[in-house]
Write a protein that binds this ligand. Structure first.
Ligand SMILES: Cc1cc2nc3c(=O)[nH]c(=O)nc-3n(C[C@H](O)[C@H](O)[C@H](O)COP(=O)(O)OP(=O)(O)OC[C@H]3O[C@@H](n4cnc5c(N)ncnc54)[C@H](O)[C@@H]3O)c2cc1C
Length: 548
């Protein structure tokens, strides 16, 4: 039986006649040359280098379009291309920034062959959906994929990265690093399992991903586990549009589609809403402790079994009529009903320096930004559940936290308060932040103690603001939906608002602001929509009115 190209030992001269013929034919059909520069360390008689040379010659014999140049490490070309270890392969370095560090033995033969074929074809052959994501990458990504010759999943991830580097050479550079040939690099990055992918030194994926998830992780700079295809349709006709992809909106989506309604969930930002920014959830029945992000992945995957989700588009306007017209930043929906599940947003302190230094040390999300402050000092402002949760999270990941609270006791739940005090997190009681200062980044805060009247300046690297949330009601207001004196959407027990066809669910309604309550409100709202569309209450009300 002929051997697979990838599993052959580089030391052997033959791949098997049949495989060689197939490869010759495949290479011949490719429109572009495949230049490969190989750098080896001639002095040390490195066996890996010798094997790499043999392998290269083997491939070169299969096609004169594979243009091989071999250099020793002390050759000026090594400096020119910034080659730091041997053996290193550079693929078409004049066109792309793709390098393989090591000798592609075993499974890695597939990566090597994949690189040659993709370079010869001159395209990454990405799917349409992947291309859409790739287009959004508009700043450099220095990608490192750690692989090993015995890992059967590694070529999949390495080839994802090669495709991206070929399709976007302006911003994507790639190093595929064999951990066995480069143990010190693997050690430096803590890459003790493969494949592991880093972009700009941030871990963006553990394990092999689908092409779309890889690109999404590369775009977002963090591991993504759910990919939602984008739709190009300019106008969509549905029964129900759910505004907001938090727990309320996603749950409403599941129930609505199960009731037979053609449904679209539209989410402007992160799916999962506030849960996406919650470090650990400990009160979601069925899970003793679950990271918010994991819960979101589970919930989104479940919702996608039913409903279409349109992520990254904001609903701008709801125009009343029959049908209702829902305008987003990308398209228009014509719909019979709308559920507003727009949740809540972080409240601002409104002090000088807060807006200017937002994203430069001022943060509203410990899970998102906390890891950047490891080993540094931060202030957490607030005394409720969120402030206590965020302070504990930061403390647990090695950030030196001090809390600032304007009262003399916390409003947080008892066990959170106990945890904060038990962990000896210092607290400035009766104290308010008056100003956040810093040139380029936060460097200090000015604090005012309302009891003593004393003002003091405290140096800090960051300020995490957790002083509560405001319901997101701009869209509702614009549509003419009535709001309660507290600022929440006014609704009846069926989650109907004052506008026929427009409903509400979740934190935007007020009441207990919890994941399970938001889900239950989403469920009720979806079932109300279903029943009302079957028997529109507004028509019967109109009939009663007309009858006098
Ligand atoms: C730090 C933190 C910790 C928490 N911990 C817990 C906990 O441990 N347990 C618990 O039960 N609850 C917890 N909560 C509360 C819980 O997360 C919320 O009650 C729940 O997420 C509310 O769900 P929702 O769907 O109503 O709103 P949200 O989760 O706020 O979702 C609303 C979504 O609507 C989107 N949206 C708004 N306007 C538009 C628009 N115009 N177009 C498109 N999309 C729009 C937003 O982007 C958002 O994603 C926590 C909250 C925070 C912030």
């Amino acid at each position: 039986m002929p051997k697979q190209a990838g599993s052959s030992t580089p030391g052997e001269s033959q791949l098997g006649a049949e495989v060689e013929d197939q490869l010759r034919a495949a290479f011949k059909a490719l429109p572009h040359d495949m230049p490969v520069f190989l750098f080896t360390d001639g002095k040390s008689k490195d066996p890996l280098g010798a094997a790499a040379k043999q392998m290269m010659r083997l491939f070169r014999n299969l096609s004169d379009r594979i243009k091989v140049k071999e250099y020793d490490m002390d050759h000026p070309e090594a400096r020119k291309w910034n080659v730091t270890g041997a053996p290193t392969f550079l693929f078409a370095p004049e066109r792309y920034s793709i390098r393989y560090m090591g000798t592609p033995f075993g499974e890695e033969g597939r990566t090597f062959l994949g690189a040659l074929i993709l370079i010869g074809s001159g395209t990454g052959s990405l799917s349409e959906q992947s291309r859409k994501v790739l287009k959004k990458i508009d700043s450099p990504r220095d990608v490192k994929v750690f692989v090993s010759p015995t890992c059967p999943y590694c070529p999949e991830q390495a080839i994802n990265a090669i495709r991206a580097a070929i399709e976007n050479p302006e911003f994507i550079s790639l190093e595929i690093i064999d951990i066995q040939a480069n143990p010190e690099l693997a050690d430096k990055y803590g890459a003790f399992s493969v494949p592991q992918t880093f972009a700009n030194d941030v871990l963006i994926a553990q394990g092999a991903q689908t092409e779309e998830l890889f690109l999404l992780s590369l775009e977002k700079m963090e591991q993504q586990n759910v990919f939602i295809p984008e739709s190009d349709a300019a106008v969509l006709d549905v029964d129900l549009v759910i505004v907001g992809g938090g727990p309320a909106g996603l749950t409403a989506g599941i129930y609505a589609v199960r009731s037979g309604l053609r449904t679209a969930v539209v989410e402007a930002g992160q799916l999962g809403g506030q849960v996406a920014a919650t470090p650990i959830v400990e009160n979601y029945p069925g899970f003793t402790r679950v990271p918010g992000k994991t819960l979101v992945d589970i919930l989104v995957s479940h919702a996608l079994e039913y409903t279409e989700i349109f992520q990254g588009e904001k609903v701008l306007e709801i125009i009343r009529g029959d049908p209702l017209e829902v305008r987003t930043t990308r398209r228009k929906f014509l719909t019979r009903a709308v559920i507003l599940a727009t949740g809540a947003e972080y409240k601002k302190l409104g002090v000088p320096g807060e807006a200017r230094l937002a994203g430069r040390g001022v943060s509203y999300c410990a899970t998102c930004d906390g890891p950047l402050f490891k080993g540094k000092k931060v202030i957490v402002v607030g005394g409720g559940n969120s402030a206590a949760t965020e302070a504990l999270y930061l403390h647990n990941i090695g950030v030196a936290v001090t809390m600032v609270h304007r009262r003399d006791t916390f409003r947080a739940q008892e066990h959170l308060t106990r945890n904060v005090l038990g962990n000896n997190i210092p607290v400035f009681w009766d104290t308010e932040v008056k100003e956040i200062r810093g040139k380029e980044r936060v460097s200090e805060v000015e604090l005012f103690n309302g009891k003593t009247g004393r003002t003091q300046t405290v140096p800090t690297d960051g300020v995490f603001i957790a002083v509560g949330y405001s319901p997101t009601v701009e869209l509702a207001l614009k549509a003419g939906v009535e709001i309660t004196p507290d600022g929440f959407i006014k609704h009846d027990s069926h989650h109907r608002t004052n506008i026929p066809g427009i409903y509400s669910a979740g934190d935007v309604e007020g009441g207990y602001k919890q994941i399970v309550t938001a889900m239950s409100q989403g469920t009720e709202a979806a079932l109300s929509v279903f029943e009302d569309l079957k028997t529109p209450y507004w028509l019967s009300e109109a009939v009663v009115k007309a009858a006098g």
